[in-house]
Ligand binder design. Structure first.
Ligand SMILES: [Zn+2]
Length: 197
């Protein structure tokens, strides 16, 4: 049954679901990925975060797409911006095959690295495309920037992925949990409102 009171509620719901938070990622590729690989990995990460109500804006600061984008990466970072470096080597002093690293406190962080050779090595074990796994590893490290150092038992923020996770990746159905998504959106909202003050 329709009541007059239902309409404002519906409008409120519509406006709440449209107000996606924006996250800016400054991408510095030191690993010489092709333009196609870069485009695919960013598209993958876009889809993963779109599911959580987060819109990603990429600033191609270094690498194949930086040349053509004409974007300048100088100047101050925005409050909702993080730096993502794609490294041609592994983590320094570590041989655990770790695919990425983020400098984080309990609140999160702003600087993340992905170790491209480790991702490439893992691709065969998971039997998925390199640029797909790259997109997920980038998204996982971005997740640490938004959520802090912790890992979860399911989804994008698991500490170690297995074949089952990889098959979810190939369907783009591995995401943040609902709780993590809420926390990530809240963090971006807070940063934005602090910046406007
Ligand atoms: Zn992690």
């Amino acid at each position: 049954m329709k009541t007059p009171a239902a309409l404002p509620w519906i409008l409120w719901m519509a406006s709440a679901s449209c107000s996606a938070q924006t996250l800016v990622i400054g991408l510095y590729d030191y690993s010489d990925l092709s333009a196609k690989e870069t485009a695919h990995l960013t598209e993958t990460a876009d889809l993963v975060f779109a599911h959580s109500g987060i819109r990603v804006v990429w600033r191609h600061c270094r690498g194949a797409l930086a040349v053509t984008s004409g974007i300048t990466c100088e100047g101050e970072m925005q409050v909702n911006e993080i730096v993502m470096r794609l490294q041609p080597g592994g983590p320094r002093g570590s041989h655990d095959g770790s695919m990425g690293h983020t400098f984080v406190t309990a609140e999160g962080g702003y600087y993340a690295s992905v170790f491209v050779p480790s991702v490439r090595a893992q691709t065969a074990g998971f039997r998925i495309a390199f640029d797909l796994l790259m997109g997920y590893v980038v998204a996982h490290e971005v997740g640490h920037c938004l959520l802090g150092p912790g890992h979860s038992y399911a989804g994008l923020m698991r500490g170690t992925w297995d074949r089952k996770d990889a098959s979810e990746m190939s369907r783009i159905s591995l995401h943040l949990t609902k709780q993590e998504a809420r926390k990530a959106v809240a963090r971006l909202t807070l940063a934005e409102s602090a910046a406007q003050r």
